[in-house]
Design a binder for this molecule. Structure first.
Ligand code: C2E
Ligand code: MG
Ligand code: MG
Length: 267
């Protein structure tokens, strides 16, 4: 007999049922003092032989098959519960950022499901941020504004992820009820050597501030990058300089609540 063959969507749905996904948490730091103020939850799908499936490989398939709705709810519940648990067990108080993909964002039940999960996790909505990319926000921009307003009404913050890489209309940018712009790591990578990237990053920070938005840089790997961003007034950063995304247990073990850094990096 041939073993049963599953479609990718079926494999993802089964993986979710069998509890195969996990979340890693990457620190977000305040550039004024380099202290960790929050985490971004990033989904992983561990495979056999110590191989970890990264989201770029399975999120598009989860989107295409519709599994993203259930997976996204799981991510949200797991991450909010985790952050709440860190607070009650260790007194660690962190903001939480969760990524929303296109289908999740436009899902009719999104707001109701989030309200429900927020109630169960007892995490204050003010500690939560949803990240959506420019392309997701711009696709059907009028609908997006409506959904963003409902999320804001719940007290949740909104960030535009991977800013600068998607198709963005400045006239919409000023209408989106967002709180933060996240500069894509491709612009951060060649700082401070590439004059064009320096110009782009400086301009994004100035524009965001003029619009009353916070700025967070992604993919910060060197001190020189962090220094340049800080000098430009960028408020927040994440990247390997401060820590990679870690499983919950490793994060809690490495986190020093007094210094606000990951201990492995303090030596
Ligand atoms: P993102 O939201 O822009 O997440 C940042 C990505 O940059 C993460 O990749 C992170 O590991 C990586 N990164 C962080 N710091 C550095 C650095 O200093 N250098 C470099 N080179 N990379 C860095 P990851 O975890 O592979 O996630 C890729 C994308 O998958 C995410 O991009 C996000 O769009 C999506 N994603 C992850 N988790 C979820 C999820 O739960 N739901 C949804 N819908 N999408 C998710
Ligand atoms: Mg993100
Ligand atoms: Mg990003």
């Amino acid at each position: 007999m041939h073993p049963r063959r599953y479609s990718t969507g079926q494999r993802l749905a089964r993986a979710l049922d069998f509890g195969e996904f996990c979340l890693h948490y990457q620190p977000v730091v305040d550039l004024r003092n380099d202290r960790i103020v929050g985490v971004e939850a990033l989904c992983r799908w561990p495979q056999s032989g110590n191989v970890v499936g990264l989201p770029d490989a399975f999120i598009p398939q989860a989107e295409a098959s519709g599994v993203i709705i259930a997976l996204g709810e799981w991510v949200f519940r797991t991450a909010t519960e985790q952050v709440h648990r860190w607070e009650t067990q260790y007194g660690i108080r962190l903001d939480l950022a969760v990524n929303l993909s296109s289908r999740q964002f436009l899902h009719l039940q999104l707001v109701a499901a989030i309200e429900d999960a927020l109630r169960q996790a007892s995490l204050a909505p003010g500690r939560l941020e949803f990240e959506i990319t420019e392309s997701v926000a711009m696709h059907n921009a009028e609908d997006s504004i409506g959904i963003m307003r409902q999320l804001k009404h719940l007290g949740i913050s909104l960030a535009l992820d991977d800013f600068g890489t998607g198709y963005s209309s400045l006239s919409y940018l000023k209408r989106f009820p967002i709180d933060k712009i996240k500069i894509d790591k491709s612009f951060v990578h060649d700082i401070p050597n590439d004059a064009n990237d320096l110009a782009i990053v400086t301009a994004i920070i100035a524009m965001a501030h003029a619009l009353g938005l916070q700025v967070q840089a992604e993919g910060v790997e060197t001190k020189a990058q962090a220094d340049f961003l800080r000098d430009c007034g960028c408020e927040l950063a994440q990247g390997f300089l401060y820590g990679r995304a870690l499983p919950a247990a490793d994060f809690a073990e490495a986190f020093d609540p007094h210094l606000g850094i990951l201990r492995s990096l303090s030596a």
